[in-house]
Design a protein around this ligand. Sequence first.
Ligand SMILES: [Zn+2]
Length: 396
Amino acid sequence: MTRNRKKKLAIRAEANGTGNARAARLHTPPPNEVLTADVQERLIGAFAAEGWPVENDGFPEFGRWAGWMGPVGSTLSRSKDFGSDDAHPDDPDHHDLTVVPELTFIAPKIPHTREAMVLELPGTTPSAEIVRTVRDELGRARAAEVGKSTRKATCSLCGDRYPTGHLLPSTESDELLLCPFCVFDGDILGSHPLRLAFAIDDLTSRDVAAPAGWSAVAALLACAGGPELGERLNEVGGLRVALPHWSDPDQVWVWLPPDDLPPALERLRPGTSLATLVEAVETAHPDLRDRFRAQVADTLEEDEDDEDGGSAPDYLVEQLWPAAICYAVAAATQERERPQGTSPWNLLEDGFEEGNLADNFHQLGSTLDAEALGNVFTLSIGVPLIAEVLGLKPRF
Ligand SMILES: [Zn+2]
């Protein structure tokens, strides 16, 4: 069997979905050849290791590999003539494998939208350098886009002004368009979280300057909805497919404040997955949950004169705790990115209302006790406390 024949078989095995990138390498390529399968595997692995949410088809289409890292889309190909050749980019009959393939990174991740970042790097760039460059460029791109925003729309509830398209419908109504911090307010009746979920994906996939607060709303819906939420969304979504973060809130992308961060968060700028954020916060502050419980106890003592003397119930709802951390960080990001806007901290004082949360949880098919007081406590007491502990909340 010739070398090329062997390689073709390996490539076909991979294209049939019977293997992963390793299947394309039945033998070691000569040192001057660069296999795109290797480059793609290293790329996805490097971003995953840095705590980014990653998605990867695992096979090339029309001669190129695609990947998604948070708000960034990547392509890897050997030829600039996209679509002209659907041969595998590592097929030696179609390509000179000594030609270094090229990586292209775009943000937002949907091609041919308003591209705020287009970055090209040779496929042989060291992984650490790729991650660092994408991180820096993404931060710059977001800052530039946020700076350019003109605020022509008005939140139907708080009246704060936002760029057109940045306010979303959280009910059946197309007229009631809200900012991220008004979604769970008690004045909002008839919530439609499944519709809102798709609206959040539409906005954040197409606009790199989307308000940071929508990550927190997504985190809360996904945490409450549980692992079945993605399936539920797919049932109602018609042709639309729910993104992975709806079934796995660990994958929610969170933008971090652009300046003045505590050491625990500094290395995660400009953004990270919710899982990485939660781990960083909890590692830096292992007493955070105890402080929450103490704060709840203090609050209840202030509100209630009598003490029943029994052991206090635990109001911390574990399932919602990552969402509380997400709100604390996302609110700080929004406040610093748009200092001319209404302070998210003011809006969040009454931002989580029991009836509204219960309505949302029912519609999400949440297994949480929708009426439990802990839901509101975890959010309305947890969010400001977490922000204060992290040094993210301004003191008035
Ligand atoms: Zn609002």
